[in-house]
Each structure stands twice: as structure tokens, then as C-alpha cells.
Design a binder for this molecule. Structure first.
Ligand code: NAD
Ligand code: IPM
Ligand code: MN
Length: 367
């Protein structure tokens, strides 16, 4: 049987740097665990714009649709800030999410024991933290119409529209309940039903789906602003959080810092399950292209490497291999190996991106 296919889109800034380390991990699994992929690589974001004048060509879009899984680094950077909206690097990523219909974005926030001292919160508040944010990814204010900047009388008006259909809410709610059943069996849904009609509908539909099919899962609701507060006050109260596209973007960045660094957080963006039993899927770190440290070998590759672990688990039914990789990351952190983002001023010398990748591969080999 042919190997499963993996499309790699390194992107911009630190994207290619962290992706090089993932390639080492992919090679290790091929050589040592007989888990080979047909890997191809292509451009996305600013890199694609520089070459083709578009952040995602139709050919790359088609390759992503055809791949068994897509692995993306990061897109964007100051060089592209003044580009027209339609060709900005970020549009490439948004097009992938939309056209692949990747409606469920899983953003786990787990605090590794070795890093509990490093979080900006007290160690006892984050030690053992293991939550999963499920962010709706293909609708809401990111895609709603009307949108634009228009002239009204003598001033300009910026317009975006929050819009959710009940089927969009129901399918992401189902994804959250299904995940909860395999974890702590609790879902907290966050919206602003106190001020937004889309929030009222969100709460109603989540409740209906719960009553119809998931009454065994514990469901609670929270306004998203209160949820943000609770996330930093007592994050361990949560198991699965389900929320919309914009709130999920903000809450997952906040959750990332609970774990110590944005450089630690992976994500999986999943769509419908296809005939071959695999979901449409794109895996990427939560962080961006980090222009402030790009090109210096300082980036932490762990978020991207853990995104590959999520691919093993969710696309390739290789939970055991995913766990091996996660354990290797844990070992390396416990050994005190740290990129700069995981250190406070004055405590030792940070390792480079490549050294972190090498350390993780060495830990895999040690078993
Ligand atoms: P960012 O995530 O790129 O960086 C925020 C801060 O975190 C920076 O100080 C950066 O150095 C640090 N950081 C991020 N990842 C790190 C890592 N792996 N190792 C060490 N430090 C890390 O967010 P930003 O600065 O707001 O955005 C920069 C660009 O990235 C923008 O163009 C934005 O649109 C884009 N972006 C892309 C994605 C994506 O591709 N999924 C996500 C977020 C932002
Ligand atoms: C993320 C990013 C993206 C988002 C941007 C780059 C389009 O911030 O993946 O969290 O806003 O969704
Ligand atoms: Mn974001």
C-alpha cells in the first residue's frame, strides 16, 4: 500500500526554521518505527506571494485537498503589512481553512511539569493543566458578510459581520462533546449571549445538541469575557472549552501563556471524515511567524513538533507514536533543555532551534 501523503507548507518567518526540526522527527519515525510518509513541500503566505503574487496558488490548494494531512509552519510578517487584504499572507491560511472546511480547531493547552515554574501564573495554578479549546474555524466574524471599509458621508466605516448558522454551531459542538467523552467528560461553551444574538443562538444550539445526543457529558456555559478571567484565575476547572472563531483565537493565545510560551502550543484543524476514514486535516502551531526572532535560530520548534504528534493521533491513528513523541518532548524539558522563550533572563544559555530538534530526536532514540 502507498504511504500516506503529507503536504508541508513551512510559510514565513520562523515557519521554515521550526519545520526543519519537524522533518528530522518525520525521518526518525520513518527509519525507526516503519512509519513512512510521502512528503511534499510547497509555498504558502508571504513566500507564495513573493514567487506567485498570491498567498496560495490554486495548485497548492488542490494539493492540500488531496493530501492525507497538511502541516503548516506560520505565515505573515511586517514586509507584507501594507499589501491589499486579498493577497495578505494570512489570506492563504484562511483560504485553506475555509475551502477544506476545517471547522473544528483543537488547541490543547497542557502544562509540562518541568515548565510549571516558568508560567507567569503560580505553579500550583498551572501544574498538571490539561485543557482543550475547540475553536470554530470556518465561520463567524472572520468570514461573515458584509465586510469591508466603506465611505459613509464624510467618514470611513470598517465593517465585519458575526454570523453563525445553526448547523455550523451544531457540528463544532458535536466535535467538542465527542472529544470530552475521551477526556474529562466536561464541556464549557463560551459566547456573549448577553449582548449578541449569535451568542444566544450558539447557547441554544449547543444545549439542544447536548440534550439530544450527549446528555452524559457535563455541560456548562460562560460568557466569554468571564471565561477569559476564569482561564487565568483557575484554569484547571476546565476540560473542553468550545467557542467561536474570534473568541477562540483570543482564548487560545491566553491559554498558551499558561503553559509557559506560545512556542509550546500545537493545534489540529479538522473537517469532515472522508471515505478513507481520515478527517480533512491541517496541523499547525498556534504561534505566528515571530518576525522579532526570525532568522536567528531562536525559535522554539516544540509547538510545530507537537502539531505533528497531533497529526499522528488524529489523521493516522497512531496514538502510540504520538505518545512517544510527546514523551520525548517531556524528557527533553525535564533535562532542562530550553530555547530562549522558555528561560528567564540570567538562567543559563538557551539552545538553538536545531539543538532543540536534535535533543528531541535523541530522546526518541533513547526511548
Ligand atoms: P507571533 O505568534 O508570531 O509572536 C508573538 C510573540 O511570541 C513574539 O514575541 C514571538 O517572538 C514569540 N513567539 C512566537 N512563536 C515562538 C516560538 N516558536 N518560539 C519562541 N518565541 C515565539 O504573533 P505576532 O507577532 O502577533 O504575529 C506575527 C505575524 O504572524 C503576523 O503577520 C501574524 O498575522 C502572523 N500570525 C500567523 C499565525 C499563523 O500562521 N497561524 C498565527 C498568529 C500570527
Ligand atoms: C491563528 C492566527 C490566525 C487567526 C491568523 C494568522 C489568520 O492568529 O491561527 O491563531 O487569526 O486565526
Ligand atoms: Mn491567533
Amino acid at each position: 500500500m502507498a504511504n500516506p501523503s503529507l503536504l508541508i507548507l513551512p510559510g514565513d518567518g520562523i515557519g521554515p526554521e521550526v519545520m526543519s526540526e519537524v522533518r528530522k522527527v518525520i525521518d526518525w519515525f520513518a527509519q525507526n518505527r516503519g512509519r513512512a510518509f510521502d512528503v511534499s513541500e510547497d509555498l504558502v503566505g508571504g513566500a507564495a506571494y513573493d514567487k506567485h503574487g498570491t498567498p496560495l496558488t490554486d495548485e497548492t490548494m488542490a494539493a492540500a485537498q488531496a493530501a492525507d494531512a497538511v502541516l503548516l509552519g506560520a505565515v505573515g510578517g511586517p514586509k507584507y503589512d501594507d499589501l491589499d487584504f486579498s493577497v495578505k499572507p494570512e489570506r492563504g491560511l484562511l483560504r485553506l481553512r475555509k475551502e477544506m472546511d476545517l471547522f473544528a480547531n483543537l488547541r490543547p493547552a497542557q502544562c509540562f511539569d518541568a515548565l510549571s515554574d516558568f508560567s507567569s501564573l503560580k505553579p500550583e495554578i498551572v501544574a498538571g493543566l490539561d485543557i482543550m479549546i475547540v475553536r470554530e474555524l470556518t465561520s463567524g466574524i472572520y468570514f461573515g458578510e458584509p465586510r469591508g471599509i466603506v465611505q459613509e458621508g464624510n467618514e470611513r466605516v470598517g465593517i465585519n459581520t458575526q454570523r453563525y448558522t445553526e448547523s455550523e454551531i451544531a457540528r463544532v459542538a458535536r466535535a467538542a462533546f465527542e472529544l470530552a467523552r475521551r477526556r474529562g467528560n466536561r464541556v464549557c461553551s463560551m459566547e456573549k449571549a448577553n449582548v449578541m444574538e449569535s451568542g444566544v443562538l450558539w447557547r441554544q444550539v449547543v444545549t439542544e445538541v447536548h440534550q439530544a445526543d450527549y446528555a452524559d457529558v457535563e455541560l456548562s456555559h460562560m460568557y466569554a469575557d468571564a471565561g477569559a478571567m476564569q482561564l487565568v484565575r483557575a484554569p484547571k476547572q476546565f476540560d473542553v472549552i468550545v467557542t467561536d472563531n474570534l473568541f477562540g483565537d483570543l482564548l487560545s493565545d491566553a491559554a498558551a501563556m499558561l503553559t509557559g510560551s506560545l512556542g509550546m502550543l500545537p493545534s489540529a484543524s479538522l473537517g469532515a471524515v472522508m471515505e478513507n476514514g481520515r478527517p480533512k486535516a491541517l496541523y499547525e502551531p498556534v504561534h505566528g511567524s515571530a518576525p522579532d526572532i526570525a532568522g536567528q535560530g531562536k525559535a522554539n520548534p516544540i509547538a510545530c513538533i507537537l502539531s505533528f504528534a497531533m497529526a499522528l493521533r488524529y489523521s493516522f491513528d497512531a496514538g502510540e507514536d504520538a505518545a512517544l513523541l510527546e514523551k520525548a518532548v517531556e524528557t527533553v524539558l525535564a533535562d532542562g533543555v530550553r530555547t530562549g522563550d522558555l528561560m528567564q533572563g540570567g538562567d543559563g544559555t538557551p539552545v538553538s532551534t536545531a539543538q532543540m530538534g536534535d535533543a528531541i530526536v535523541a530522546a526518541l532514540s533513547r526511548g
